[in-house]
Design a protein around this ligand. Structure first.
Ligand code: PLP
Ligand code: COI
Length: 361
């Protein structure tokens, strides 16, 4: 693919701010450039890298009215050799296509998504931070741009990749545990809906429940399925727990759960560390009972942004709180977190072949 480059002059680029920062927040900063490509007449075309800035859309654009918009979240890491490595981006590209087809939007060949991302990362390599728990967060997204108010799939789309030098998703990073709200009044997704796609609507509708969770001192909501029987996932992470016989249990990937790349990676890694790993439908009542009885000793969430976030408390709308173990970061979560992040940062051998070095030039 030919990628046209319109780059800022060197003197206008300034990534020094990230080098000097003690720690970085999540998702606030931008790098100098973004990748853009348009879909028109049935083909993706005009691949280009341009300075990061406003993208013009018509007020009648389908994305603004009917949520025709999907996105991905991935990370690139700076290793000690000074090179930049992406983590399993191909999986993100495949999931992007799953989301696109779920929303009746045109897919983008995985190799094109990969090439675009690697090229942008090459141009922006100075923006990849080196602080602990930091990364260059990659946010590809596609939105419908046709100026049409009829409920028809858009005839035109824009694919954009933007980059955000970022620190930990939850302020303070891995040293903190979080509390989750369990509610039976709000649901993230339903069977037959779009839960397994990373589409904007899933997130937009979740703000109401997330706002409620804050009033309970919780960071997010642990959603149940629409019959309030089974555990589904958290607003921005899959959920897991570890039993006292050291089995890691993750809810089965139904069509209302996003298939987390962190979850599938940790499952593979944990097996190699000697853990049993199981995916099943988990009844919320069984979960509560097992937390109370001590059969469940650790729990948390898996996600690109959230990495592995330990959860120590669950609160219900009647203010009842249940606590996992002694509310500290458990030894198993710590062991898995260390092994996982060591691969990402290049401190351990990449024996699963998860990393791709960003080529120079
Ligand atoms: N579930 C939801 C709803 C998410 O938004 C995310 C974040 O991407 C995840 C799970 C974790 O998925 P991944 O590990 O691929 O980032
Ligand atoms: C990610 O983990 O990459 C996500 O997309 C979650 C987002 C809500 C920050």
């Amino acid at each position: 693919m030919e990628i046209k480059m319109t780059l800022k002059p060197e003197r206008e680029r300034n990534s020094d701010s990230i080098k000097n920062a003690e720690s970085l927040s999540f998702g606030k900063l931008r790098s100098d450039h973004m990748f853009l490509m348009n879909y028109e007449g049935g083909v993706w075309k005009d691949a280009r890298i341009v300075p990061y800035g406003p993208v013009e859309v018509m007020p009648g654009a389908v994305a603004l009215h009917y949520g025709k918009s999907v996105f991905e979240g991935a990370k690139a890491f700076r290793h000690e050799d000074g090179e930049i490595y992406t983590f399993r981006f191909e999986e993100n590209a495949k999931r992007m296509n799953h989301s696109l087809s779920t929303l009746c939007m045109p897919e983008i060949p995985v190799d094109i998504q990969m090439e675009a991302t690697l090229k942008l990362l090459d141009v922006e390599r100075d923006w990849c931070p080196a602080q602990p728990e930091s990364s260059l967060y990659i946010r590809p997204f596609v939105f419908g741009t046709e100026d049409a108010l009829g409920m028809e799939p858009s005839a035109t789309y824009t694919y954009c990749i933007m980059l955000s030098p970022s620190g930990a998703y939850y302020p303070g990073g891995f040293k903190n545990t979080v509390r989750l709200l369990i509610t039976d009044r709000f649901h993230r997704a339903v069977s037959g809906g779009t839960g397994s796609a990373k589409c904007c609507g899933n997130y937009g509708q979740a703000f109401r429940a997330a706002k409620l969770s804050k009033t309970y001192g919780a960071k997010q909501v642990l959603y149940l399925d629409s019959s309030n029987t089974y555990i589904e996932e958290v607003g921005a992470m899959n959920h897991f727990h570890i039993t006292k016989d050291k089995t890691i249990v993750i809810p089965e990937f139904t069509d209302s759960i996003l298939k987390s790349i962190t979850s599938i990676s940790v499952m593979e890694l944990a097996k190699s560390l000697g853990y049993e790993v199981r995916q099943e439908r988990i009844r919320i009542n069984d979960f509560i009972e097992q937390v109370k009885s001590g059969d469940i000793i650790e729990a948390g969430g898996f996600g690109t942004a959230a990495v592995i976030t330990p959860v120590c408390e669950y609160i219900f709308e009647n203010n009842e709180v249940i606590t996992v173990g002694d509310c500290t970061i458990g030894e198993n979560i710590r062991k898995i977190y260390d092994a996982y992040t060591a691969i990402q940062t290049g401190d351990a051998e990449d024996k699963f072949g998860w990393l791709t070095k960003v080529p120079r030039g």
